[in-house]
Design a protein. Structure first.
Length: 249
């Protein structure tokens, strides 16, 4: 059956084709439920991302319908959310007060006592001002502690750098014949280069020893030999320093 005949048959039996496609999809869905769910989820995410305004409008309409159908439930949820928010704010304020007490244990804050002569609005204003001041003090103390940690970290880094360069570049690389700091070399161990061909190892590991009567190798040559490659800066790669001219001797 050629392609044109098949297309004509499908066009003449659209309902039958759709029914067959539905049955095939249901069979595939039963056989691969997780895969179908994942594909549907991806398609839904793409559709929502390409129609953000439409999605927001649908969500607004659905919420209005739900609110109209369940007014008591919506009011109850609003009350619960307000109570949770208030509890969260109270716990945050208690944590701020605890931090302030731990930082200043000897200082007792003066708290105004309620009196019949002060109205409710004045009490709220005083309480809000006190909370703002406490939060500002806690913020300043946090900033000071961060600065001290930063200074300490910088001091440690400087000390580490000084330790690393305390000894000059006195370590000779056996492969590249260059001078290195201690942090840039490792002890040469031929057993680590099992992948590397023996002819390259014979050319690169020259047996030159320097500090502590040890054969050292730089990190670049070390990594190249571990990968079975000829180091780019090795003497075997014709990277040799020229002889010093007599005029400079």
């Amino acid at each position: 059956m050629d392609k044109q005949t098949k297309t004509k048959r499908r066009e003449c039996n659209l309902e039958k084709v759709k029914e067959c496609q539905r049955r095939d999809f249901l069979k595939h869905k039963e056989a691969n439920p997780e895969k179908v769910k994942h594909i549907q989820k991806q398609a839904k995410t793409k559709r929502r991302a390409s129609n953000l305004e439409k999605v927001k409008e649908c969500q607004r309409r659905d919420f209005k319908k739900y609110k109209h159908a369940n007014p008591d439930k919506v009011q109850l949820n609003n009350k619960r959310n307000k109570a949770r928010f208030q509890n969260m704010m109270d716990s945050t304020q208690n944590g701020i007060n605890t931090v302030n007490k731990s930082h200043d244990p000897g200082q007792n804050r003066k708290r105004s006592k309620d009196s019949s002569g002060i109205n409710h609005f004045q009490q709220e204003a005083t309480c809000t001002k006190r909370k703002r001041n406490d939060f500002q003090e806690t913020k300043e103390q946090t900033c000071h502690s961060k600065e001290s940690v930063h200074i300490l970290t910088m001091f440690e880094l400087i000390e580490t750098f000084r330790r690393n360069i305390k000894c000059g570049p006195e370590y000779i690389g056996t492969s590249c014949d260059q001078l290195w700091y201690r942090s840039s070399v490792t002890k040469c161990n031929p057993n680590l280069y099992k992948i590397c061909p023996q002819n390259i190892l014979k050319l690169c590991l020259t047996g030159i020893k320097s500090i502590n009567n040890t054969e050292w190798i730089c990190s670049t040559c070390h990594s190249n030999l571990k990968d079975g490659k000829l180091p780019s800066c090795a003497k075997a790669n014709k990277m040799i320093f020229p002889n010093k001219p007599e005029i400079l001797i």
